[in-house]
Write a protein that binds this ligand. Structure first.
Ligand SMILES: [Zn+2]
Length: 280
């Protein structure tokens, strides 16, 4: 294999073999299970650095690119660097970018923590987010139907029921609650502000929380029932505002603000929550 100089000033030293160090991602003390060990990385070598008082695991890949590049996503930090740049120089580049890297990784962690809170385990005793509270799933063979009892959700199924059956029952219950809660809030916005959709329905779209059509109908994602009530209100206010302004212009946001004054906070909260992170 030839190592090409890609125009950088320094001459390439002899190729050093990629070092294999199996320590992936964020924090050596809190590494995800199964993420360490040979083969955990995808082609690069795993390294550890200390940035802003945090121990940080990262993947180092060597490539033909001219500069050192950083990518941060759900897998953590990956660094791509030209083959001839020594590791201490790469580590200096990490130090130069330390506060940005640590901030981005913290954002990803917060994002994953939210996602984990919404991922439902379909088993007895598992937590279920409902209107911002946490209920506990209880498979109860003597319960006649699915019903809430305090902070438990009793599901009438035999103890050996499959996860799929539990999921069907609970989703059915959640959708019925979504229908009730949304109807009540739509009624409230109508009585308080005089905004009423021509009709509305539940959706289970994978890409959006709500939508509004030019014919005056709105659709609301039933999975919103997992979220705190103010987030539900914000999405409804947002779609109702589209009844007057079918765009996201200044006038639109003014109407949203009239309907739901604290919309900026709800909007930021939801922005961290792409719909595809809700897995059922
Ligand atoms: Zn919109």
């Amino acid at each position: 294999m030839t190592v090409r100089s890609t125009g950088a000033k320094r001459a390439p030293p002899p190729v050093e073999p990629a070092r294999q160090l199996s320590l992936p991602l964020f924090d050596p003390l809190h590494a995800p299970p199964g993420a360490s060990g040979p083969g955990a990385s995808s082609g690069g070598s795993m390294r550890v650095a200390r940035l802003c008082e945090h121990w940080l695991r990262y993947e180092l890949r060597r490539s033909r690119r001219r500069t050192i590049g950083f990518v941060i996503d759900e897998r953590g930090l990956r660094v791509t660097a030209p083959r001839w740049i020594p590791v201490d120089e790469i580590e200096q580049a990490l130090q130069d970018k330390a506060s940005w890297i640590v901030r981005k990784l913290a954002e990803w962690r917060a994002h994953q923590a939210r996602r984990d809170r919404l991922t439902v385990r379909w088993e007895h005793g598992a937590p279920l987010r409902y209107l911002g509270q946490t209920l506990t799933l209880c498979v109860a063979h003597n319960a006649r139907r699915t019903e809430r009892e305090g902070d438990r959700l009793l599901v009438g199924l035999p103890a050996q029921a499959r996860a799929e059956q539990l999921k069907d029952r609970v989703q059915c219950w959640l959708q019925a609650r979504a229908r009730e809660v949304f109807a009540e809030r739509i009624e409230w916005f109508d009585s308080r502000h005089g905004f009423r959709p021509r009709r509305w329905s539940l959706s289970s779209a994978r890409t959006r929380w709500g939508s509004c059509s030019a014919d005056g109908s709105i659709r609301l994602n039933w999975r919103l029932v997992h979220f705190p009530p103010e987030i539900v209100d914000y999405v409804i206010a947002h779609e109702l505002a589209h009844l007057r302004e079918l765009n996201h212009g200044a006038r639109f946001w003014q109407i949203v603000g009239d309907l739901f004054p604290d919309y900026e906070r709800a909007r930021a909260w939801l922005r961290d929550f792409p719909e595809d992170t809700v897995s059922h």
